[in-house]
Design a binder for this molecule. Structure first.
Ligand SMILES: Cc1cc2nc3c(=O)[nH]c(=O)nc-3n(C[C@H](O)[C@H](O)[C@H](O)COP(=O)(O)OP(=O)(O)OC[C@H]3O[C@@H](n4cnc5c(N)ncnc54)[C@H](O)[C@@H]3O)c2cc1C
Length: 434
């Protein structure tokens, strides 16, 4: 085998690509993991929750080795109105126990650590190298073109793990052009808090941590949400906005983040904080509607490159889907090596396995959540409706407390009609409940 020939080429050292590299290298295959960033994680960001049960199966008790910040035992969902907020605060003792439901992690540290695990298993990691194209022979992908001297690399299988915009899947003819409706843009700041502030403000002890997701009008009418995660001694805080609403409303996402940080329910949490870093990234959010063809002869598409993110309003899970799809891709490749067959039919096994896994089952199960997330009343009406209703109900001003149902009826019609409310309730139920 020449130095430019490998068993498997993997493009992108995010969770999907690194998982595939780790599993294949452990089995003794000659694997190269190519990453455009200066190091794995240098170009990656997310909100903060690693739902790591799937990683525990690959690296048992990963939390004792990986750079995790805090386990997540509290999940808060908040509806935001202009100057008030209402939250559902879930706190679980079970989530404090191994194998833990999730951890807050920072991608710059986590992805770097994870790629080193793949290298320890025998994978070659090539950083600061962008892959520009695939090499085809007939119907078969047989390698890639990397942007460097002698950049033609060949392999029996190429795994595209190159993230949300996957130019590789496009070059291989596996996906169509995207539309703005298929993406959201997320921006995040990490804010260092004074010593002890995190524990005091969020009631945390030891390694306890929380995630807080917010829904409401972001900035001046952007459709999306916001998030807050507790790191060891800092906060990750950010805003996510649907790309089409950014275009329509002519609002910048930076303004939305600044406005979110000034909200009376958020500002006190950040007091005395020091800005540490800023990042931005796209999220493929159209679920089952944006999944490309997942394979062709000699090639598989994984993780965000394949649109494999569970977006369900109350869920945003991409890293676990990326790890699971990277593992399933590796298992498909191992089977192909056993048989010595790498054509389209051999690669089709990948899709069959993904369909049988939680990844495609959940994405299909929650596909009605995608049109729900396009419903503008979810951002423009209901959060403020809920807050206003509770504000009126809890106000003690000597005029007495009307019954809640009567008050809802009174407020109905101002923003939303009864039939519309019933229709949206049904849409919400279909998306999340049944
Ligand atoms: C704002 C935001 C918040 C999120 N919050 C969460 C969360 O809390 N929990 C969760 O589970 N998920 C979350 N996600 C989703 C999650 O980040 C992704 O689903 C996950 O990172 C996908 O992993 P991946 O390995 O497929 O792709 P990525 O992590 O995007 O990795 C792709 C890699 O490929 C490299 N690359 C790209 N093109 C090339 C090329 N041509 N050549 C070489 N290298 C290339 C990139 O540099 C990158 O390292 C969030 C996403 C965003 C944007």
């Amino acid at each position: 085998m020449s130095s430019n020939t490998f068993d498997v080429i993997i493009v992108g050292a995010g969770p999907a690509g690194t998982t595939a590299a780790l599993i294949l290298a452990r089995k003794g295959l000659k694997v190269i993991l190519i990453e455009r960033g200066e190091f794995p994680g240098a170009k990656n960001m997310f909100g903060g929750a690693l739902f790591g049960r799937v990683l525990d199966e690959i690296i048992p008790e990963y939390w004792a080795k990986a750079p995790v910040e805090r386990f997540i035992n509290r999940k808060i969902i908040t509806l935001l109105a202009e100057d008030s907020a209402v939250s559902l605060d879930f706190n679980s003792a079970a989530f404090k126990q191994a194998p833990y439901n999730g951890f807050v992690v920072m991608r710059t540290r986590f992805d770097r650590w994870y790629a080193v695990e793949a290298v320890k298993a025998g994978a070659v990691l090539l950083t600061q190298t962008t892959v520009d194209d695939v090499i085809r022979e007939g119907n078969q992908v047989v390698g890639v073109v990397a942007r460097r001297a002698q950049g033609e690399l060949r392999a029996k299988v190429v795994i595209a793990a190159d993230g949300a915009l996957s130019f590789l899947a496009q070059k291989a003819g596996l996906r169509k052009d995207f539309t703005p409706e298929q993406f959201s843009l997320g921006v995040k700041e990490v804010i260092q808090l004074p010593p002890g502030a995190l524990e005091e403000r969020f009631g945390l002890t030891g390694d306890e941590g929380l995630s807080n997701e917010y829904l409401g009008r972001m900035g001046d009418g952007l459709h999306g949400g916001a998030f807050l995660y507790t790191n060891k001694d800092s906060l990750s805080i950010g805003v996510v906005a649907q790309a089409h609403s950014l275009k329509e409303k002519q609002v910048t996402i930076y303004d939305a983040l600044e406005k979110f940080k000034r909200h009376p329910a958020v500002a006190p949490l950040l007091e005395g904080g020091r800005f540490l870093e800023y990042s931005a990234h796209l999220i493929p959010e159209a679920g089952a509607n944006m999944i490309p063809r997942l394979y062709t002869g000699g090639m598989l598409v994984t993780g965000n490159a394949a649109g494999l993110v569970l977006v369900g309003g109350v869920f945003l899970e991409g890293v676990n889907c990326a790890i699971a799809s990277g593992r399933i891709a590796a298992e498909t490749v191992l089977q192909a090596f056993e048989k010595g067959i790498f054509d389209k039919r051999a690669m089709a096994e990948y899709e069959a396995r993904l369909k049988a896994s939680f990844v495609l089952r959940d994405i299909n199960r929650y596909k009605s959540a995608i049109p729900l997330l396009m419903n503008k009343r979810l951002y423009e009406v209901y959060p403020s409706f809920a807050c206003r209703t509770l504000e009126n109900w809890f106000t003690v001003d000597g005029t007495g407390h009307p019954k809640l149902a009567g008050m809802v009826k009174g407020l109905l019609g101002e923003d939303v009609g009864l039939w519309q409310l019933a229709g949206d309730g049904y849409q919400m139920g279909r998306a999340l409940l049944w």
